[in-house]
Design a protein around this ligand. Structure first.
Ligand SMILES: Cc1cc2nc3c(=O)[nH]c(=O)nc-3n(C[C@H](O)[C@H](O)[C@H](O)COP(=O)(O)O)c2cc1C
Length: 308
């Protein structure tokens, strides 16, 4: 007999039938008066994380919300991450109450707004960012994906089909927005921690939405203690495995034993990519033999790129 019991999967299953850890984000958009409007959102996650010419988040929201309508009209959003603080969470829940206009909500807010960093080097109008945030992603809606620019604002009582699959109006009451990340900005203290290497004491304390909610409460937790779990140490490969792959990388480039030795700890599934990137560097620099010295140069270059 199973130790699990099944729950019915219903609308909003992440709130009704699950405990589901999520961020709490205040999404800033520009309203019809050109002012910044804030709405509370948890369904906001990384979408393109590598291998594209840009990075993106996905935001899932009610299509009649101020946020959705503003994105449909003006395409810009700031994703404001606030630290754990009872006062801020209370305000987040207030900004998450449906039905009020942006003007009504923003007139009462105790949060502060300031210009983001994108506005300094971009002519487009951007929502301001919340000063109390520990980090903000400044974003633009990728409305060209799935021809989502065909989706127009204005239907507040539900949209009729056809619907988009993943970008724009996706159902009668739903919308998804793929948001290109134009800038990630962070408060100095947390920025510095990432540069220096984060310790248990340097993490921001973040409210985590637990998904589950009933008719009266949103449930969340603040981060109190930070624990670490070491990543399994790399299992070294036999040098012959590296040699076998290295000899098949580029017929015009030879890897010495010392160079192969440098690669024994690369996880096996990444070995081909690692060898190919070394070979690419060699071709670009008219190098035909990759030895320890060349591996040092390649590693230095990679470390510099990572730092940038
Ligand atoms: C913590 C929290 C998280 C929420 N997450 C979402 C979400 O991911 N998607 C959504 O459509 N509504 C979400 N809501 C409800 C919206 O905040 C609500 O629809 C609100 O009216 C949106 O504000 P706006 O109309 O100014 O955009 C959330 C509310 C709270 C308090």
């Amino acid at each position: 007999m199973s130790s699990f019991k099944e729950l019915r999967i219903v609308d909003n299953f992440y709130q009704t039938s699950s405990y589901f850890p999520m961020p709490t984000i205040l999404v800033g958009t520009i309203d019809d008066q050109g002012k910044t409007s804030l709405g509370a959102y948890s369904l906001c996650f990384p979408y393109y994380v590598a291998g594209k010419s840009y990075y993106a988040m996905i935001l899932e929201c009610r299509n009649s919300s101020n946020t959705a309508q503003n994105i449909l009209k003006r395409g810009k959003a700031s994703l404001n991450f606030l630290p754990n603080n009872k006062k801020y969470f209370k305000e987040t829940v207030r900004l998450g109450y449906p039905g009020d206009s942006s003007e009504e909500k923003m007139a009462k807010t105790n949060l502060h707004l300031e210009d983001g960093l994108v506005t300094l080097d971009d002519q487009s109008i951007r929502p301001q960012i919340v000063s109390e945030s520990y980090q903000v992603f400044e974003c633009s809606w990728v409305s060209e994906l799935e021809n989502a620019s065909e989706c127009k604002a204005g239907e507040l009582d539900g949209y009729e089909p056809p619907y988009k699959d993943f970008n724009g109006i996706t159902s009668k009451f739903g919308a998804h927005f793929i948001l290109r990340i134009d800038k990630i900005v962070m408060k100095e203290k947390y920025h510095q921690a990432i540069i220096d290497g984060v310790k248990a004491t340097s993490f921001p304390k973040i409210p985590v939405d637990y998904g589950y909610r009933d008719n009266t409460n949103f449930w969340y937790t603040g981060s109190k203690k930070f624990m670490k779990e070491p990543i399994p140490s790399a299992k070294a490969m036999d040098i012959n495995t590296v040699r076998f792959a290295a000899d098949r990388t580029d017929p015009n480039i030879r890897f010495t034993d010392e160079a192969c030795q440098r690669l024994v700890k690369v996880p096996r599934i990444f070995l081909k990519v690692a060898l190919e990137s070394c070979a690419k560097w060699a071709r670009e620099n008219q190098v035909t033999v990759i030895d320890a010295k060349e591996m040092d140069i390649i590693n230095d270059k990679r470390n510099k790129e990572k730092k940038n």
